[in-house]
Design a protein around this ligand. Structure first.
Ligand SMILES: [Zn+2]
Length: 441
């Protein structure tokens, strides 16, 4: 019964199409105002007992006052916005219909990230109904543009820094409870992000004289640009095993068998071998050990018989901890070996520092997991994708990225794609996780 009510509330949130667009002028902001109204209707106790502030117009900051003001607060994060569902006709279930079939809720945002947002609010609502009050302040931060620019979370982080707030830890979306992600391991793994890669868009541009295509120069703007991209592709960044990746393997060694057990448990001296295996093991494992660079947009030319004056490409980079946007730009310049290709960046952001696998936040997360998900091994990792929590690393070293749902490879594959869905049982176990976690604050 309580579960039915919880699911009802969750589906009400899925039905509001809070799509954020890269150009904020194209975003329908009325959906976000409506989303706030739905939150107030669905979670009345939260809205009665917690203070609520609106930051950067649409980002929500809730504060549940604790009984002991001396304790540092805990911050739980999620985001309100979702990725554009794309071609709606391609969805078997309407993306904002929140249809249920075979114990599964379908729709954009069911996992990313209204699954977490509703899970957190449900946990707090239920605890309030039992009369529970936390000892420390509990802050909830729900960004409005995580999928695009992350300005909402950045504004909240700046506001909290101004107020001198030093949280005990931050928990945001990230890894999940999964199987079969690391070769040689058995059983379930709770994958917790200690860090996230940095990212930037790097623009390559070539300006040439142009002219008629019947009398071409030795190399045209397009030819020069193509050569630059080829040089980038042919000289991948060096493979490296970061501290977070070493910790991941050391933890995974506890559940691995056979040769993998040996490799992982002895990571201190098997790292060079493992690094080579990962670097050549396919796109996913290679991304674990290196900064990735790939051309994603290209333009140039306007007529079939004219040599263009200008050609441009964007190279999207994902930066491993230990490097910076600046060092990656320098490396790209060196790999291109051509001063006539201009290299500029949109700024991007550096990788996040690596959070500790000790201390209050880590111990709390892993203790709740041990009690609620017996047989699951918690393992740290560096995540490829960005989250709003990257803006909070200046407030505390303890920033963790974990989404407490059981997700199959198929379910993970539908993130940011067609057919996003979550099993009701998986979502409810996530609610139980948040509830247990908050009850210990
Ligand atoms: Zn997300």
């Amino acid at each position: 019964m309580a579960n039915d009510v919880a699911v009802e509330r969750f589906t009400a949130l899925i039905r509001v199409p809070t799509v954020s667009k890269a150009d904020p002028r194209e975003t329908d902001w009325t959906a976000f105002s409506r989303f706030r109204e739905v939150l107030a209707e669905q979670y009345p106790l939260v809205h009665e007992h917690l203070d609520r502030e609106l930051v950067a117009e649409h980002t929500l900051l809730y504060r549940w006052a604790g009984s002991d003001a001396a304790l540092p607060p805990a911050i739980l994060m999620a985001h309100q916005d979702v990725v554009d569902p794309g071609e709606i006709a391609a969805w078997q279930h309407e993306p904002f219909g929140a249809e249920q079939a075979d114990g599964t809720i379908h729709g954009r945002g069911t996992i990313d990230d209204k699954g977490s947002l509703a899970g957190i609010l449900e946990a707090v609502e239920q605890l309030l109904s039992t009369g529970f009050a936390p000892r420390r302040d509990v802050l909830l931060v729900f960004g409005h543009d995580e999928e695009t620019h992350g300005t909402g979370a950045r504004a909240v982080a700046a506001l909290l820094a101004e107020r001198g707030l030093e949280p005990a830890f931050v928990l945001d979306e990230g890894g999940a409870i999964v199987e079969d992600v690391l070769p040689g391991t058995s059983g379930r793994l709770a994958v917790i992000g200690l860090s996230e890669k940095g990212a930037a868009n790097i623009r390559l541009s070539v300006a040439e004289a142009g002219g008629h295509s019947s009398t071409p120069p030795a190399i045209s703007a397009i030819g020069r640009l193509a050569r630059a991209i080829t040089r980038i592709d042919e000289s991948p960044s060096p493979a490296r095993m970061t501290q977070a990746t070493r910790k991941m393997f050391a933890a995974a060694g506890r559940t691995a068998t056979g040769a993998h057990r040996f490799l992982y448990r002895n990571i201190a001296w098997t790292a060079p071998l493992l690094r080579r295996v990962l670097a050549s093991g396919g796109p996913e494992t290679a991304a674990m050990v290196r900064t990735t660079r790939v051309a994603t947009v290209i333009s140039g030319g306007h007529a079939q018989n004219a040599i263009p004056e200008r050609a441009e490409a964007t190279v999207n980079v994902r930066i491993l901890p230990g490097e910076t946007v600046e060092s990656v730009v320098e490396r790209i310049r060196a790999d291109i070996r051509d001063p006539l290709v201009a290299v500029e960046t949109d700024g991007g952001w550096d990788p996040s520092p690596i959070s500790p696998t000790e201390g209050y936040g880590w111990e709390l997360l892993t203790a709740v997991l041990a009690d609620l998900e017996p047989g699951t091994t918690a393992i740290p990792y560096t995540q490829n994708g960005a989250t709003d929590s990257r803006s909070f690393t200046g407030l505390t070293p303890a920033v963790y990225r974990f989404t407490p749902f059981h997700l199959t490879a198929g379910e993970r594959g539908a993130l940011h794609a067609i057919g996003e869905r979550i099993r009701v049982s998986s979502w409810l176990s996530g609610v139980a996780f948040y509830r247990e976690l908050v009850s210990r604050l």
